[in-house]
Design a binder for this molecule. Sequence first.
Ligand code: ADP
Ligand code: MG
Length: 287
Amino acid sequence: AAPLAFLGGIASAARQGIVVKGGNFLESLVKADTFIFDKTGTLTQGEFRVARIKAVGMTEEELLKLVAHVESYSNHPLAKSLADAYGKELDPDSVRSVKEKPGFGISATYEGQRVHVGSRRMMDAKRLLVDEINEPGTVVYVCVGREYAGYVLVQDQVKEEAKATLTWLKEKYRAILVMLTGDTEKTGRAVGRELHMDYVYTDLLPEDKLEQLEDFMSIQGEAEKLVCVGDGINDAPMLARADVGIAMGNLGSEAAIEAADVILVKDDLHGIVALMKIAKETLRSVS
Ligand code: ADP
Ligand code: MG
């Protein structure tokens, strides 16, 4: 091989804000036929707008305050948006004993009470009866002590460049496009349809994401490689396992960046197209 050509490829990637941790990943990218994407923060902006609030046994303002305080200890894209939605200053010392569980949500002691903020799955685990929401978006449920305290319905948007990037991968590269998400079926399917994904799997815990990825890997030929793109701590296992793991740099959790082989520092999906072109040029100059 010609190591200098690979260094050249890595350098030109770096100039476009793409960190490639080794020349071998450029080699694998040329053989990529399957692309697995996380949804929240990867294909979507991860900036949630509050669409509706329902508070039970307190005011909406009190509910938002409590949620914002607990979420101030989380790095999940939902967390920052919920803190922004509250918009007032937070008192971090009022929150203790924080426990976050990927795919479920976050729990903490706030002003002497145990508070749980998270998914339907989390409320089911607490045996709580909650409102059914039939609107697009992600529902963040709240439980205080052992009582249901309401929900915040939030909505996220697909990244502006997502459609063009995925279309390019499909048309120029004949790639198989897969979306794996911890979000619900309704929300996941809507995004999958909008982006013309070939396969959509929803309601996945981190270990489920890894299992799905391994299913796709197990049916690949030797000359075919699998690329995985994600941003969250819940994506770290599959980023590590994929032939090429790509982490979104801007929003991305440290665990994802650590586990990945490539980092898109600018958090822009166009970087995938640039990366594929660089890989192709590099390999052409080597052979
Ligand atoms: P994705 O795979 O689409 O990036 P995640 O696996 O990160 O989604 O999250 C799945 C679900 O878990 C979220 O849609 C949300 O309902 C819940 N969740 C995870 N972390 C939190 C949190 N910090 N606060 C509230 N809900 C959370
Ligand atoms: Mg994510």
